[in-house]
Ligand binder design. Structure first.
Ligand SMILES: *Cc1c(COP(=O)(O)O)cnc(C)c1O
Length: 362
C-alpha cells in the first residue's frame, strides 16, 4: 500500500480511503459483471441500480421529501450559476443575491444577464471577512428567489443557519459544505453543489429542487439548460458522469455507515475546533482571517502569519513534510487548510504540531 499524504486541497479534495479501496476492488470487474463501472451503459440494469442507489442513500442522509427532485448534472456548480436564473427568475425577473465571496460574485454575474439583481447584503468592503447579519439584509419580498453561498471556500466563512427569507424560495450554492451536517431541505427551493469538494470526484453537480419550482422552467429554454427536462429524464437526458456518480454513491454509503450526518457534524466540529483553538492560542502569531468567530468555516480554515515571507516558508516546509494544498487561494494569499468530511483528525493534529514547531523556530 502506498502512503497517503495529508491532503488539505480545497478541491478536487480528499476522499475517504475506504471508498477508494472499494472502488479499487471493483475497478476491473464490477461485482462480477466482467466490466468496470466506466465501461457499462448508463441505461443498463447494473448501472441503473448504482444510480438509483446513490439517490436513495442521499435521500436517506438528508431526509429529502418526495416533493423534491434530485439531479446529478454536469457543468459543475458554475453551470448552475446560469441555470438557476434562467429557470427560476421568471415570472418576476428579479432576484436577491447575498454577496459573501468570489463564488457568490460569479453567481451574481450570470444572474445579471437574465434579469434584475438586487444585492441584498454584502461584506465586500470588509474583504468578506464575515457574513452579513440578518438585520443587515435588504430583501425584496417580490424577488423570484434569494441566492446565498453556504460556505465561502476562499474566504473561510460559513453560515450556521440559513438566512431568513420569508416566503421567497431560498437558493443555495453548497458546493464546499454539502453533507458536512444535516440541513433541513424543506427550508430551500433549490440547493446545488459541485461534487468535488465534499462529496466525490469532479464531474457532477448535485441539484435538489422543489418540484413546484419546475413550473417556472420555460419550454423556450435550451433543452440541456432546462431543469424540467432533466427531472423528466431522471438525470439521464444525456449520458451522466457515470463513474463520478458511482463514487458519490460510495461516499453516501460511507456517511451512512459512519452514523449519518449528525455524527459527521460532531466530527467536523471537533476537527475544526482543534485548529481554531490553536490559532487563537498562538499569541497572535497565527491570525484567522475571519473577523466574527461564529462565521468561521468548519471546512476551510483560513489564516495568516506575521509576514508573506513566513507564509511562503510555511507552505514550503509543510510540502516537504508531506502536507499538500495549504497555500491560500491565489486571489487572497495566506494559508488555507481545507478539512472536508474525509479529512482525518490525526492530520489536523499533525498540522498543529508542525505549527507549534514553526512558530518556535521562526
Ligand atoms: C468550487 C466552487 C464552485 C465552482 O465549482 P465548479 O464545480 O468548479 O464549477 C462554486 N461555488 C463554490 C462555493 C465553490 O467552492
Amino acid at each position: 500500500m502506498t502512503n497517503r499524504i495529508y491532503n488539505f486541497s480545497a478541491g478536487p479534495a480528499i476522499l475517504p480511503e475506504d471508498v477508494l479501496k472499494e472502488a479499487q476492488e471493483d475497478m476491473i470487474s464490477y461485482k462480477g459483471s466482467g466490466m468496470s463501472v466506466m465501461e457499462m451503459s448508463h441505461r443498463g440494469k447494473i448501472y441503473d441500480a448504482i444510480f438509483k442507489g446513490a439517490e436513495a442513500d442521499l435521500r436517506k442522509l438528508l431526509d429529502i421529501n418526495d416533493n423534491y427532485s434530485v439531479l446529478f448534472l454536469q457543468g459543475g456548480a458554475t453551470l448552475q450559476f446560469s441555470m438557476v436564473p434562467l429557470n427560476l427568475m421568471p415570472p418576476n425577473n428579479k432576484a436577491d443575491y447575498i454577496l459573501t465571496g468570489s463564488w457568490a460574485k460569479k453567481a451574481l454575474k450570470e444572474a445579471k444577464r437574465v434579469g434584475a439583481v438586487n444585492v441584498a447584503g454584502s461584506t465586500e468592503d470588509e474583504k468578506f471577512g464575515r457574513l452579513p447579519k440578518q438585520e443587515e439584509l435588504k430583501l425584496d419580498p417580490g424577488a423570484s428567489y434569494v441566492h446565498f453561498t453556504s460556505n465561502n471556500t476562499i474566504f473561510g466563512t460559513q453560515y450556521i443557519t440559513e438566512p431568513e427569507v420569508g416566503n421567497v424560495p431560498l437558493v443555495c450554492d453548497a458546493s464546499s459544505d454539502m453533507l458536512h451536517k444535516k440541513i433541513d431541505v424543506n427550508k430551500y427551493g433549490l440547493i446545488y453543489a459541485g461534487a468535488q469538494k465534499n462529496m466525490g470526484p469532479a464531474g457532477v453537480a448535485l441539484v435538489i429542487i422543489r418540484k413546484d419550482l419546475l413550473e417556472r422552467s420555460s419550454d423556450s429554454l435550451h433543452t440541456y439548460l432546462n431543469y424540467k427536462v432533466h427531472v423528466d429524464g431522471e438525470s439521464l437526458y444525456n449520458t451522466p458522469a457515470t463513474y463520478s456518480v458511482y463514487i458519490m454513491g460510495l461516499v453516501f454509503k460511507w456517511l451512512l455507515n459512519l452514523g449519518g450526518l449528525d455524527k459527521m457534524y460532531e466530527m467536523n466540529k471537533e476537527k475544526a475546533g482543534i485548529l481554531y483553538d490553536y490559532i487563537d492560542n498562538s499569541d497572535g502569531y497565527y491570525k484567522g482571517t475571519v473577523t466574527v468567530k461564529e462565521d468561521r468555516s468548519l471546512m476551510n480554515v483560513t489564516f495568516r502569519l506575521p509576514s508573506e515571507e513566513l507564509e511562503k516558508k510555511f507552505v514550503a516546509e509543510t510540502t516537504e513534510k508531506g502536507f499538500s494544498g495549504l497555500k491560500g487561494h491565489r486571489s487572497v494569499g495566506g494559508i488555507r487548510a481545507s478539512i472536508y468530511n474525509a479529512f482525518p483528525k490525526k492530520g489536523i493534529e499533525a498540522l498543529v504540531e508542525f505549527m507549534k514547531d514553526f512558530k518556535k523556530n521562526n
